[in-house]
Design a protein around this ligand. Sequence first.
Ligand SMILES: Nc1nc2c(ncn2[C@@H]2O[C@H](COP(=O)(O)OP(=O)(O)OP(=O)(O)O)[C@@H](O)[C@H]2O)c(=O)[nH]1
Ligand SMILES: [Mg+2]
Length: 255
Amino acid sequence: MSAETGVRPVEHDPRLAGLRRIAIVPAYNEEHNIGRVLDELRAFDAELEVVVVSDGSTDGTAEVAEARGAHVIRLPFNLGIGGAVQTGFRYAHENGYDLVVRVDGDAQHDPAQLDRVLAPVLAGEADIVVGSRFAGASGYRSSATRRIGIRVLASVVSAIARQKVTDPTSGFQALNRRAIALFAADYPHDYPEVEGMVMTIKHRLRLREVGVTMRVREHGRSSIGAAASVYYMAKVLLALFVGLFRRSIVPLEEK
Ligand SMILES: Nc1nc2c(ncn2[C@@H]2O[C@H](COP(=O)(O)OP(=O)(O)OP(=O)(O)O)[C@@H](O)[C@H]2O)c(=O)[nH]1
Ligand SMILES: [Mg+2]
């Protein structure tokens, strides 16, 4: 257990040996949160490399991250979460990483739970694993509008995917090479996780959810208020519908 972070280091799972792994951390004006995220990632797995994608931040996010030894990509202007995360996937793909974990720069995702999120990928049972606030008895508190929105999106995605999903907006994820290649080539825009789930299913990747608890934001402001939640939900539902008719961007692999 690390005294500063309280995070227990990952058990040295022999399956991690020889796997090049990287954390993708999208961050928009997170100078007060990013240091904690990076300290906790390091405490969890000292061999995990980290790329922070500073999405046109106007505060000290990039400097704080660099001072902690992360590789920082500074986007020259704000692309939004989808563009920031896809930049991270391109970096991971081009540099030949075997494993990606995704955690937000606002410290809501707890690196101490990464062992659970990584397990199905390491066992070769899933190509992408999503940490779900609603899969276990975590009792995540969020505004009523957002909880209802997530429930509606979850039922639509479950119907399209023909597989039950409970938290299609979660960005707490682990991915193997096949999933990294897909998202490096194509990744949706705002609320990208929802469409991203459908993309993975359409590309016949194996998706799995595991229960996690998420923390509340301590510093900074969430991007999504109540009115925006309704707007996003309408937009994402429309995008999911259009997505049903899109051709596959990445050729499907034969099983
Ligand atoms: N708000 C916002 N966040 C971005 C952007 N680009 C990257 N991010 C990062 O994406 C992550 C998720 O953004 P949040 O605003 O926390 O979204 P969320 O976690 O769905 O919403 P909350 O649960 O309310 O925090 C954070 O680490 C942000 O710093 C952007 O353009 N806007
Ligand atoms: Mg957040």
